[in-house]
Design a protein around this ligand. Sequence first.
Ligand SMILES: Nc1ncnc2c1ncn2[C@@H]1O[C@H](COP(=O)(O)OP(=O)(O)OP(=O)(O)O)[C@@H](O)[C@H]1O
Ligand SMILES: [Mg+2]
Length: 464
Amino acid sequence: MTATQDWLEYAAKDFEVARPPQWRKIARPEQLAPDGIWLTWAYVAGRGAGKTRSAAEWVHEKAMLNPGVRIALVGRTPADVRDVMIEGESGIIAIAHGDAPNYQSTKRRLTWPNGSTAHTYSAEVPSQLRGPQHHFAWCDEPAAWTDAPKGDALDTAWNNLVLGLRLGQSPQCVFTTTPKPNALIRTILGRRSTVVTRGSTYDNLGNLAPSFREEVLATYEGTRIGRQELLGELLDDVEGALWTIGLLDEDRVTAPPDMRRIVVAIDPSGGSGPNNDEQGIIVAGLGIDGALYVLADRSCSLSPHGWASRAVGAYREFNADRIIAEKNYGGDMVESTIRQVDTNVPVKVITASRGKVQRAEPVAALYEQHRVHHVGAMPKLEDQMTTWTPQDGTSPDRLDALVWAVTELTDNFQAQAWIEYMRRHAEAQQVTPVEPQEQTEPAVEDPATVQQRARDAAFRAARR
Ligand SMILES: Nc1ncnc2c1ncn2[C@@H]1O[C@H](COP(=O)(O)OP(=O)(O)OP(=O)(O)O)[C@@H](O)[C@H]1O
Ligand SMILES: [Mg+2]
């Protein structure tokens, strides 16, 4: 044995003796790697439960105790790996203190003094993981990886990672995530070689920054989706529901593009009072990219003056074009109530000519075509969307308001998509486009051909 090897073994033993009291003293049992033989340890828990910290500690311990090992760090995006897993508050550098590895971001590599290394990978680029071999791996928030709906199919980030996890006697991977009902999570949790520990946001409340704690609890407490986001439960899709959480998650965005039109839709069916429903108030827009964006859920349970003020407030805040409301439930009353708050707001009162199911199904179809995006999370609305089935009879107010908003925005959708298509086409040809008149139907050609082209253009625009 060389002097260097001697020293490294001594250092590892020293770490083993010195380190455990630090983390092991404060870690909760579910935050420590289980005993026994396993390939994957999945720590499945709510937001802020301490997932990242647990895995960062595990990675650091593996690196320190096994000189020269090679570790893979895989996050949703390059920024997630860098800002959360490596340099984040609970990341490797913060928890390693005096033993922190050297981080060379340009080489996507961390190097410990004992020669252990960790290499960073983005799940957005699965090919990065095709080839490299590792002793250990950490996957943070794999439920949110782009290719998670594909499960462990060939050439996904997960599949490539596992194929390269083949160095040493017992390669292992830690998997830290808030669950989502997608194929990857179901596959991993269903494997015999996976051990699972579970935790909730509430377990770690005392260690969370007050702002995070308040925001996450205010958003999710009391909702079905909160069982996933706070308690870390894997929710089953509701049979017959027109939407699934997976579908909503897939197209969710953090910020919308510029909007061409914005509407505030109200379903005030319940009126006020403790035994009545809430009033659905949804803000949605048509983006310049041709896709639809659900911008906010401002539903409430207030007096007529209260909900009208809220709707007018949303109209002003989002600089909307108009407020729309259904006539069937006292249309005149809705309009006059809004007018009492602001006489100048444009209000469009609509009459339902079709039943709720007939109105909701085309909206659900637009979601399936990935043309509708939610901006951020709207758990109460999304609970209604993912649990309501056409057999339920009446539909909940938030969902009704959403359906009105999307239907209103799609009224001129095809003509606008066609105009957009022609504009892009002209730009591509580098000719000056003739400025089309907003919302006019193309005059010539067979209408079926034009509609098909508009549908294709809208679909392409929405996918871009
Ligand atoms: N057992 C513990 N004792 C003390 N502090 C802890 C413990 N577990 C986690 N923490 C701290 O709690 C905070 C949140 O932890 P962490 O970032 O790991 O949560 P997370 O589950 O990854 O959150 P997110 O869902 O936002 O990704 C961090 O400051 C972390 O250091
Ligand atoms: Mg985390």
